[in-house]
Structure formats: structure tokens, C-alpha cells
Design a protein around this ligand. Structure first.
Ligand code: 2E7
Ligand code: F3S
Length: 386
């Protein structure tokens, strides 16, 4: 049993849960249904893929789409998966802003990296822009995405008199503050992260140019040549690979023994828990699907984790229509998870798509239970309480 960050232990028993299928799961995820909820789906909760012989269990209930002439398929659902507390908050921010200000509300960058979420919010009146210069002078608010922004972005918005609402995940803001504190204490900051990702652009943009250096991989460390007269510190992107980051941080500490940094790293609880769940499931399945967008860093990391755990077929798909069915025709056991920005309704859509082709049974492997939530930005809270 693993214990994740921002979470409590999964119940220390084997729990067999009969749910009313898509409807129950969609209600839990708080997003509208995409598919017909009539199909009841039996999902059994198990602590660990090790604790039970799945195929030998006589109590298994097949998916109702079973016709008898389809091959059997066991789906192991990873838990936790899907929306994290920062994503729930960011989507709430857009919905609350629409309720308070009316449409349009402008959102700089995809609020989270998921096209289904973005399209759903567009239909409600959100207008997504790449930069502030696409926002007209008006009273409509501009929302900054969950990934955070460089300091110049709110400064430019203020200079134009725009109303801004910050949906940056509080765990990213925490990293911004860490970087700032290191800078104030005279330390040169090394940011471990992926070049070009909006979170990295935002964190680099907290400090003056030249006072923060990006470290993308372990091979770069040998050539690092930070200002000799300055103390050093490191911070990280929140959605990195736990294992890669551990090695990078070890190499940084080996080269710069006096370097300052967080106790472990800045990888968030949601990233950690989703990777741990994939590690549990991936070695036991013939294939694993991550539901998420191709530009979602945490989702890409989940697919990599599955591949490195020895899973022979791994795919990152936005939704069922992207599945290349030929690759899955001979599998008997499928792992399924979702990145932190992927709504549960798209997981359900994929289960239903497999159920149309296989006699499907579904078990959920929980490594931990999350109970994290973040308050809305202050300016939206009174409306939230109504
Ligand atoms: C913000 C942050 O939107 P995502 O797919 O973003 P990533 O960073 O994984 O590309 O997932 C939610 C999220 C994660 N991290 C939002 Cl900083
Ligand atoms: Fe925040 Fe982590 Fe989600 S940084 S937005 S809780 S993936």
C-alpha cells in the first residue's frame, strides 16, 4: 500500500462496490455526461493489483454491453486519476466569473490542457486568447490559466486597466514564492522543468532575466556554470516525472553540495499519486491508455511511467475516437488512467468504446484517496457561497 501526497489511506480492506455506472462517476467528477448514462457499470474497488487474482474471481460482473461473442477484457482503472484540486478550482474560476460578469470572459492560454474542457467553457461564453493584446479594452475580466504567468503579464494587464482573475494553481504560486525568496536571499535559482511549457515560462518570469536558469535534463548539469560568487538554489515544475527528477536533484546536489532547495521537490500531490497508481497497474496489463491532451505535461509523464514499468502498449488519447483499435485487438487486460486535466466523462466514453468490442469487466486499483481542495480566489468567493 502506498500513501500519496495530499491524500489519506485507501481503506485497508478489499471493497467490492456496485455503482450505477457512468451517471455516478460523472456526478462525482462534476461534469456533464457525454454519453448515454443508461449503461450500468460495475466497478470493483481493490487496494492493489497484487491483492487479488482477477481472472479467478467468481463474483465478477461483466459490463452490460456483453453479447457473448466478444473476447473478454479486464480493465484496471487507476485511482487517483483525472481532475486534481487545482484543475477543479481553475474551471470553477471560469464558471464563477461567467456567472458574475456574464459572457464574454477572456482566458489567457487554455485554462487547463484539455480540449474537451476548453470547448465546453467556450460554449458557455469563455474566449481563449494567447496573449493579452488579443483582449479588447472592456470591463470583461481576463483569467490567467492554472499554469501561472510571468510577472509582466498582470503588470501589463494593470497598465491597461483590465480586470484580472488569477486561476494559477496554489501549488504553482508556492513555487513562485520559493523562487522569489531564494532570489531575495541572493541565490541564483535553477529551475528543473521542460522548456516552453507555460508553467516554466511563468516560474522563470518571476525573477529578473539572468537570475534563474532552466535545467531540462541530467546531461545538462555537467556543463552548468552558474555565477561563481552566488549561492545556489533549485526549484521544480510541478508535473515532472518523480523518478527523473530524483536523479536530476541527486546530480545537482553532487555537483553543488551547498545548493538550497525544498525538502524533496516541488512535484505536486496529484502528479505523485497518479504516477504511483500507474506504477501499480502498468506491470500487470497488456496495454495502458492515458486519457489526456498531447500538450498536457502530467499526462505525457503518466504514459512514460507506464512504458518504463514495462507495459508493451501505451497511448495518450484525448478521447475514444483517437484509439487505434488495431493495437488493442489481442489484449486481455487494459490499464486506464487520466491526466489531471482530463474529465471523468472521457474515461467513461473509453470504457464504453471497449465494451462495444470486448466483454468488459472493470476493477479500480486505488493507491490512495485524495481529499485536497483549494479555495477560490478571494474576489469570487462571496458569489461562490450563494
Ligand atoms: C496546471 C499545472 O493542464 P494540465 O494538463 O497541465 P500540465 O502542466 O500537466 O501540462 O494539467 C493540470 C495542471 C497541471 N499543472 C494545471 Cl501547473
Ligand atoms: Fe496544481 Fe498539481 Fe493540479 S500543480 S493544477 S494540483 S496537477
Amino acid at each position: 500500500m502506498l500513501r500519496g501526497r495530499g491524500s489519506r489511506r485507501a481503506p485497508n480492506v478489499l471493497c467490492v462496490a456496485q455503482r450505477t455506472g457512468s451517471l455516478a462517476l460523472s456526478r462525482l467528477s462534476g461534469w456533464p455526461l457525454l454519453t448515454d448514462p443508461a449503461t450500468p457499470l460495475h466497478i470493483r474497488e481493490i487496494m492493489s493489483a497484487d491483492t487479488i487474482n482477477l481472472t479467478a474471481d467468481p463474483n465478477r460482473v461483466p459490463h452490460p454491453a456483453v453479447t457473448g461473442d466478444k473476447p473478454p477484457l479486464e480493465i484496471l482503472l487507476c485511482a487517483p486519476r483525472g481532475f486534481c484540486a487545482g484543475v477543479v478550482r481553475a474551471i470553477d474560476v471560469v464558471e464563477r466569473a461567467l456567472a458574475i460578469y456574464g459572457a464574454p470572459v477572456y482566458v489567457r492560454h487554455e485554462i487547463v490542457h484539455n480540449k474537451y474542457v476548453v470547448e465546453t467553457l467556450k460554449r458557455k461564453g469563455a474566449v481563449f486568447v494567447r496573449e493579452l493584446d488579443e483582449v479588447p479594452d472592456s470591463n470583461a475580466p481576463v483569467i490567467f490559466s492554472a499554469h501561472g504567468v510571468a510577472k509582466t503579464v498582470p503588470q501589463n494587464a494593470d497598465a491597461r486597466g483590465l480586470t484580472t482573475i488569477d486561476a494559477t494553481c496554489p501549488l504553482v504560486t508556492k513555487v513562485h514564492r520559493e523562487a522569489e525568496i531564494h532570489h531575495k536571499r541572493g541565490r541564483h535559482v535553477l529551475l528543473v522543468g521542460h522548456s516552453g511549457h507555460p508553467e516554466v515560462v511563468g516560474t522563470m518570469g518571476q525573477l529578473p532575466k539572468g537570475s534563474i536558469t532552466l535545467v531540462e535534463d541530467i546531461d545538462q548539469i555537467e556543463a552548468l556554470n552558474p555565477p561563481a560568487e552566488q549561492a545556489l538554489a533549485w526549484v521544480t515544475q510541478t508535473t515532472l516525472s518523480i523518478d527523473d527528477t530524483k536523479h536530476i536533484v541527486e546530480a545537482l546536489k553532487a555537483k553543488f553540495p551547498a545548493i538550497h532547495g525544498p525538502h524533496k521537490d516541488d512535484i505536486c500531490y496529484a502528479t505523485t499519486n497518479r504516477q504511483e497508481a500507474v506504477k501499480e497497474v502498468a506491470p500487470r496489463v497488456d496495454a495502458l491508455i492515458v486519457v489526456g491532451s498531447s500538450n498536457s505535461s502530467n499526462s505525457q509523464r503518466l504514459r512514460e511511467v507506464a512504458e518504463r514499468a514495462g507495459c508493451p502498449i501505451t497511448r495518450l488519447v484525448l478521447r475514444a475516437e483517437e484509439i487505434d483499435w488495431d493495437a488493442f485487438k489481442d489484449i486481455r487486460r487494459l490499464g486506464l488512467t487520466a491526466g489531471a486535466s482530463a474529465p471523468e466523462v472521457l474515461v467513461e466514453e473509453i470504457i464504453d468504446a471497449f465494451a462495444a468490442r470486448f466483454d468488459v469487466t472493470v476493477d479500480q486499483v486505488s493507491v490512495t484517496v485524495e481529499d485536497m481542495s483549494f479555495p477560490l480566489p478571494r474576489e469570487l468567493r462571496s458569489e461562490a457561497a450563494e
